[in-house]
Design a protein around this ligand. Structure first.
Ligand SMILES: Cc1ncc(C[n+]2csc(CCOP(=O)(O)OP(=O)(O)O)c2C)c(N)n1
Ligand SMILES: [Mg+2]
Length: 794
């Protein structure tokens, strides 16, 4: 290969020149990421005096890893979770690839600009997985691979989109997060393939240096889970030094060097390294022969030549693994936090920023002229044209699809209505049972349900049967990459569950760890955009244990994943199960959580409307995930014709108030019988009173806030709750009741300035039966009547 370099023609073998080009790109990424952060902190005007922040040291730590991956290894269909604090490096890579604009680079951490940590929703389609809450992006890379397998095994992938590898670039402190190990276990059960976790092993977290012995343990854990572990400890230069006479002593010395001392020496530089090494090995002739000829800077460069900074070591290891097959692999790449920057190795460098003076020194070293800070190829020894040609030639530069990395998948037809399950006269029915029946009916895949049935994927963390998914699973089977028979069935042992597993199955059975449920829902709920195949995911979990997976639920919503969460049973109403199983705060979570709309139907007809709405809503561009909070309490089912729009809008009158009425009672969910009984009594005294059923305080509240905002701006119609309450007298009193925290309804008084007595649960529950519990927690008919008296009298 003949190339132009440093102004003169040079003759290098192709691979050697490739390494030189990669070195140039590394250098550019180090500059650009440092400069982006510096610019945000020191160049851009600062109006409030707050530190803008950024993580120059975290970026520097993984420059070579990301260079090797993006510019040498990755293919367009690969999907990557980049560790949160390397966001600026990621955006710089896209800038060099022409997928990010210079203007945008100038907006890091600015309103409307690039987010500190890569964000799918806010930063755009180049981000495969959002990161920020450490540990979650790493795990999602694994679940994403499972979802991709699902899509391909069900032959739903669009033509021309091959399966890709899922790669997570991981900060070493992320491995302290428990969800990582939950994901490892679950991944092992599902035999996930084609996943790489590349650990940026700088042995530093935010506050401290990571203990030395920890990683020996962690490595073992990966191997136990069927992962391959590739440790990249030393780079080429150090390996060459170790190969010299007595070099093994230098290796042993470094191996034995505690992480904290290694970090401190790195920060101090060549003279300190020399003093420390010679203090222990100064009498060893071979060591002197290695060390003595080197200047302090050269010695420092040698001692910093760890595997994670050596592009040749990295690319070779990745390529070797690529060729070796699809076994999940953890690369432990030794690095130095802040490598190449003045605070390299210093334990306080996590949020440290280069000073203006340091930045000037760095600029000079990088050969960047003032005014050319953002130029893609400024200061590099490789000619611009060659760099451009190189960048255009790499695998990752090829577009994944004509639309780029954000794929699309058509909307799946949802029938106009789902029939409400029939209950024999005099029998009671619960929303949970109705949910199971409607889903099982869809699972027959007949008529209008045919396509819908194919696209639904269910999943549950070990509560499949107890959340009534059993009949659906019997129809659609359990997903597994390998066909496995149902042993009980083969042995003709009676069981209501037929659990054969196969690649065609449509239920993903998970272990109990709830974070995994939400991470899988995140992956399934992004399948249209990541893998070009729309899935309609349904996850079931006991309502109280939504809290156990909450961080991952928030994470899924943050990425705009679209799914249906069915949490059941809920509240005190699952009575004998006791306080740890009785959810109190979940209605408030539903209200406060963005990009999921939370409903709690009381009766099966409402459930049928909302379930149908969920499959529709989750597919709309301006839709969201949907959450249904259900119950196992059997209720008598009313014969009526509901207006679906009202149920979806969050509330409807069961008994409309007479205009000017002074009182209304509102209930939500499984307390319908108590509310109805109390209402019958109240009506004897106040015949004009109204009875309202609330199906979603979340929806009512969101729309009310939006209408208020519009009203302040001078336009807009009243919200649904304003319209509903409009017939009541301005000073009418409201009593509200739900099996959850009463704050979910307390705000209703603000809608029209009316008095509200909100009933609900604001203390831990306990075991009991429904009469005892409703009495103790003030939810029974007598308590509702007391509240009504209070509302009307005071
Ligand atoms: C769940 C969560 N807890 C805490 C933080 C705050 N935090 C940000 S970075 C960090 C340590 C990161 O260390 P590491 O993963 O090793 O990253 P690196 O050294 O590469 O910067 C912590 C605790 C966070 N982002 N997410
Ligand atoms: Mg670290």
């Amino acid at each position: 290969m003949t190339v132009q370099g440093k102004g003169k023609a040079r003759h290098l073998p192709g691979s050697a020149r490739r390494i030189e080009v990669l070195h140039a790109l590394e250098r550019k990424l180090l500059w650009l990421s440092s400069w982006m952060i510096h610019h945000a902190n020191h160049i851009r005007p600062n109006r409030d005096g707050l530190k803008v922040g950024g993580h120059q040291a975290s970026c520097a730590s993984c420059i070579s890893i990301l260079t090797a991956l993006y510019f040498d290894i990755l293919k367009p269909a690969d999907r990557v979770a980049v560790k949160p604090h390397a966001g600026p490096v990621f955006h710089s890579i896209n800038y060099l690839l022409g997928r990010q604009s210079r203007d945008k680079l100038e907006t890091l951490r600015q309103f409307g600009g690039i987010q500190p940590y890569p964000s799918r929703v806010k930063d755009g389609a180049e981000v495969d997985f959002s990161t920020g809450s450490v540990g979650l992006g790493v795990a999602l890379a694994s679940f994403g691979s499972l979802v991709q397998d699902y899509v391909h095994l069900h032959r739903m992938a669009p033509e021309g989109i091959p399966p890709g590898r899922h790669v997570a670039v991981v900060g070493d402190a992320e491995l302290d997060e428990g969800n990582i190990y939950e994901a490892l276990l679950e991944g092992w059960k599902h035999d996930i393939r084609n996943v790489w976790w590349v650990v940026d092993y700088n042995r530093q977290s935010l506050d401290s240096v990571v203990p030395d012995r920890l990683f020996g343990r962690i490595e073992g854990l990966f191997r136990d889970m069927g992962w391959n572990v590739v440790t990249l400890k030393y780079g080429r230069k150090l390996e060459a030094a170790f190969a010299r006479p007595d070099g093994d002593q230098l290796r042993r010395w470094i191996d034995d060097c505690p992480n904290s001392l290694y970090a401190a020496l790195t920060f101090q530089g060549g003279a300190a390294w020399r003093a420390a090494i010679l203090a222990d090995l100064g009498r060893v002739a071979g060591i002197r022969a290695i060390i003595d000829p080197l200047s302090d800077d050269e010695l420092s460069a040698l001692m910093n030549n760890l595997g994670g900074h050596d592009i040749e070591t990295l690319t070779e290891a990745f390529r070797a693994q690529d060729a070796a097959g699809d076994q999940p692999t953890c690369f432990i790449a030794y690095t130095i936090k802040g490598m190449g920057l003045p605070f390299a190795g210093h334990k306080d460098n996590h949020a440290g920023l280069m000073t203006k003076e340091q930045m000037e020194g760095f600029r000079a070293a990088m050969k960047i002229r003032p005014g050319h800070e953002w130029d893609e190829f400024e200061g590099l020894d490789v000619p611009e044209e060659e760099l451009r040609d190189f960048l255009a030639s790499i695998d990752f530069a090829k577009p994944l699809s004509p639309q780029g990395r954000a794929l699309q998948s058509p909307v799946i037809h949802v029938p106009d209505r789902f029939a409400t399950p029939r209950v024999p006269a005099g029998r009671k029915h619960s929303t949970q049972a109705a949910f199971g029946e409607i889903l099982a009916e869809i699972g027959r895949g007949q008529g209008e349900n045919a396509e819908l049935a194919k696209r639904i994927v269910t999943t549950s963390p070990d509560v499949t049967v107890s959340t009534n998914l059993g009949p659906w699973v019997n129809r659609r089977g359990i997903f597994d990459r390998h066909k496995k028979n149902d042993v009980f069935r083969d042995a003709k042992l009676a069981s209501a569950q037929r659990w054969g597993m196969s690649p065609e199955g449509q239920h993903v059975e998970l272990g109990i760890a709830e974070q995994n449920l939400f991470l899988l829902l995140a992956g399934l709920g992004l399948a249209d955009r990541l893998y070009g195949a729309r899935l309609l995911p349904v996850g079931t979990v006991y309502d109280p244990f939504v809290n156990r997976g909450l961080d991952a639920l928030i994470y899924a919503c943050y990425q705009d994943a679209r799914f249906l969460l069915v949490s059941t049973p809920s509240g005190l109403t699952l009575a004998p199960e006791g306080g740890q199983h009785q959810s109190v705060n979940t209605p408030l979570i539903g209200m406060a959580q963005d990009r999921v709309v939370a409903y709690e139907p009381a009766h099966a007809d409402e459930l049928a409307i909302l379930l149908r709405h969920a499959f529709h809503h989750m597919q709309q561009p301006d839709g969201s995930a949907v959450w249904l909070r259900l119950s196992t309490r059997g209720l008598e089912q009313p014969e009526r014709n509901l207006d679906p729009a009202a149920v979806i809008a969050g509330a409807h009158w069961v008994v409309p108030p007479v205009p000017g009425a002074s009182f209304a009672l509102a209930y939500q969910g499984a307390l319908a019988p108590e509310a109805l009984a109390a209402f019958t009594t109240i009506r004897e005294d106040i015949p004009e009173a109204g009875l309202l059923v609330i199906t979603s305080p979340d929806k009512l509240h969101t729309d009310w806030l939006a209408a208020r905002r519009k009203a302040r701006a001078g336009f807009g119609a009243p919200s649904w709750i304003e319209t509903l309450l409009e017939p009541l007298a301005p000073n009418a009193a409201l009593v509200t009741v739900l099996d959850g925290h009463p704050a979910a309804h307390a705000w209703l008084g603000s809608v029209r300035g009316q008095k509200v007595v909100p009933l609900g649960v604001d203390r831990f529950g306990q075991a009991g039966d429904i009469p005892d519990l409703y009495r103790e927690y003030g939810l029974d008919e007598a308590a509702i009547l007391d509240a009504c008296a209070q509302a009307l009298v005071s």
